[in-house]
Design a protein around this ligand. Sequence first.
Ligand SMILES: C[S@@+](CC[C@H](N)C(=O)[O-])C[C@H]1O[C@@H](n2cnc3c(N)ncnc32)[C@H](O)[C@@H]1O
Length: 221
Amino acid sequence: MQFDSSQFIRDNMRVAPVPSVPEIRLYTATPASGLRRLAEKGGKQRPPYWAYQWAGGLALARYILDHPETVAGRRVLDLGAGSGLVGIAAAKAGASAIVAAESDRYAHAAIRLNASENGIAIDRAEGDVLAGPPPAVDLVLAGDVFYCKDVAARMLVFLDRCLAARIAVLVGDPGRPPLPRARLRAIADYMVTDVGDGGARTPAWVYVLEPPADRGDAPTV
Ligand SMILES: C[S@@+](CC[C@H](N)C(=O)[O-])C[C@H]1O[C@@H](n2cnc3c(N)ncnc32)[C@H](O)[C@@H]1O
């Protein structure tokens, strides 16, 4: 019988309000969830990032809900969507369409369930979005995508393609080492919990990604 990842999530995770963003409820891992079983099904061990909320995504989701004009009526790409938290916040704040880009197939099951739990719709970007041209969106939201050096390098190349196409980019991050700090202008900060730091409270920032110095101004956020 084929493995049903949506059923696994429904059976083993519980729906709970998100700390710092209680307007949104997500399927959340508990100590009894046994998420390791999912990695075993997938054949290779991959951390279930989608099962947790990350400091950068929390700050970005909070910012969007506090400043709905940032996304209202705009098409949004939730890059490295994980649970879908940031895209769900954008939909609740009035974005006209949300596309979620994720490289983890279980994340897409979680995003579908989480979107439905919050009464909104999110489309799925097909394939490796980082490998192609920017999709037809007005704004990219990148919650905690600079978490390791290799991924960060690919993300930045793609985000630069977005800026060149006049698509604005907002980044949420708690200041992880691979963050391209010289290219970021902070516009807000929040205290949030960070799963990557054992659930400790940590500051996290929302930034505008600026183009390289020789390539003009950032698109309007
Ligand atoms: C640290 S998590 C952040 C998740 C979510 N944005 C949040 O803040 O809660 C980063 C996510 O980026 C995803 N990711 C990594 N490489 C990717 C790629 N090439 N395309 C799409 N997503 C990717 C990972 O699978 C992971 O879910």
